[in-house]
Design a protein around this ligand. Structure first.
Ligand code: PLP
Length: 383
């Protein structure tokens, strides 16, 4: 019996799975039997430093031996250090952190704060955006009705067609508690929103007293070649949410808010048993240190340009997205192209766009790996 058959015995069958079963991994490689597969997908954008990174292993071991867990009922240096590091990495006035366990939980709490502070019950989101599977995060996710399940949404939601500047002023009103958006829509195929559209949203939020929540769960923590996509778009959100790469592999998310918001949130307003746990926090500090120490955002920008220039070969028509959140637009079915690349020992992701392959590689990727991707793509049929 293979692991897939074994899983089917006692795990709910809710995931479509790839036809590989990695036994271990190191660097950017997944090991499957004798095969070494280059991972351009990074476990849904989580493994920022790749696999078996010595700094992560050392931080984990040290923390596990020192104090494996205590809740937020006690203060801990390791948590304070992680918050310091995240606040320093975050743009501008975003300097207070609440740790969670996932992207959905970060967004759920951002939306809760927005409704509570404004006293308003409307939220605006963008068509094709994805924000997670919990009640509020699912409510602002485009096309979630297929799996949403709950009888009601916690607030009214209006979706703006992406990049439709004209719809912005008509949709964001004085009833709007918050606007939530991904600057580069990840699951939608690494679609980067138009800068003028984003600026119009930020301006209208300020005018109408709506809070701006930027979901950086996929784009953040250096992935776009800057600390956050927010840095690239030069906007000043009220709240920013992260998860995925922030601890490089352990479950961890965070909500980062401005001083002004922090001043309005008090004891008992938010909470989590595992959020801010010492193992995850030790990794947050390590991931942020290594990204900066090893200049990994420079590496991301350099290789991202190379991919954008050289990957339109074989079935690839064009490249969209930013940094290491890239979408390769293919003339054929993306899932078929993914299978053909996997046969050539290259793992990529797909997206909700059937013609876009998604790349979310570890930040330690090297030029030789990009070269392999280009060679493999060039071997595939164009149409
Ligand atoms: C932009 C964005 N927001 C939120 C989420 C939800 O994160 P999680 O699966 O950690 O709840 C995801 C997950 O893919 C995401 O890409």
């Amino acid at each position: 019996m293979n692991a897939r058959e074994h899983e089917a015995q006692h795990l709910l069958q809710v995931y479509g799975q790839l036809p590989i079963e990695p036994s271990s991994a190191m660097g950017v490689y997944l090991h499957v039997g004798d095969r070494r597969i280059i991972d351009f997908y990074g476990g849904h954008a989580v493994t920022a430093l790749g696999y078996g990174h010595p700094a992560m292993l050392q931080a984990l071991e040290k923390q596990a031996r020192t104090l494996i867990f205590q809740s937020n009922a006690v203060a801990m240096e390791v948590r304070a250090n992680a918050a310091d590091a995240l606040a320093a990495f975050a743009p501008g006035a975003l300097n207070h952190v609440f740790f969670t366990n996932s992207g959905a939980e970060s967004n759920e709490n951002a939306l809760r704060i927005a409704c509570k502070l404004t006293g308003r019950s409307h939220v605006v989101a963008i068509e094709h955006g994805f924000h997670g599977r919990t009640a509020a995060a699912g409510a602002v996710t485009w096309n979630s009705q297929r799996w949403y399940g709950f009888p009601n949404r916690p607030f009214d939601v209006d979706f703006i067609p992406r990049d439709d500047v004209g719809a912005v002023a008509a949709t964001i009103t004085e009833q709007t508690a918050a606007v939530i958006l991904e600057l580069v829509q990840g699951l939608a195929g690494a679609h980067d929103l138009d800068a003028a559209f984003v600026r119009a949203i930020a301006k209208t939020c300020k005018e109408r007293g709506a809070l701006l929540i930027i979901d950086e769960v996929q784009t953040g923590i250096g992935r776009c070649g800057q600390p956050f996509a927010t840095n690239i778009y030069r906007i000043e959100p009220d709240m920013l949410t992260v998860a995925k790469s922030v601890a490089g592999g352990l479950p961890c998310g965070a909500l980062i808010v401005t001083n002004a918001i922090a001043g309005s949130v008090g004891p008992g307003d938010l909470g989590s048993t595992f959020g801010g746990g010492p193992l995850a926090c030790a990794l947050v500090q390590t991931v942020l240190e290594v990204i900066q120490r090893d200049k990994l955002m420079d590496n991301i920008r350099h290789l991202s340009h190379l991919i954008a220039d050289a990957c339109p070969v074989g079935p690839v028509d064009s490249v969209q997205g930013k940094g290491f959140l890239l979408g390769l637009r293919v003339r054929r079915n993306a899932a078929a192209v993914r299978s053909e690349l996997l046969e050539r020992d290259i793992l990529v992701g797909t997206s909700t766009d059937p013609h876009v392959i998604r790349l979310l590689p570890p930040y330690i990727l090297e030029q030789q790996h990009v070269q392999k991707l280009i060679e493999a793509l060039a071997e595939l049929p164009d149409e």
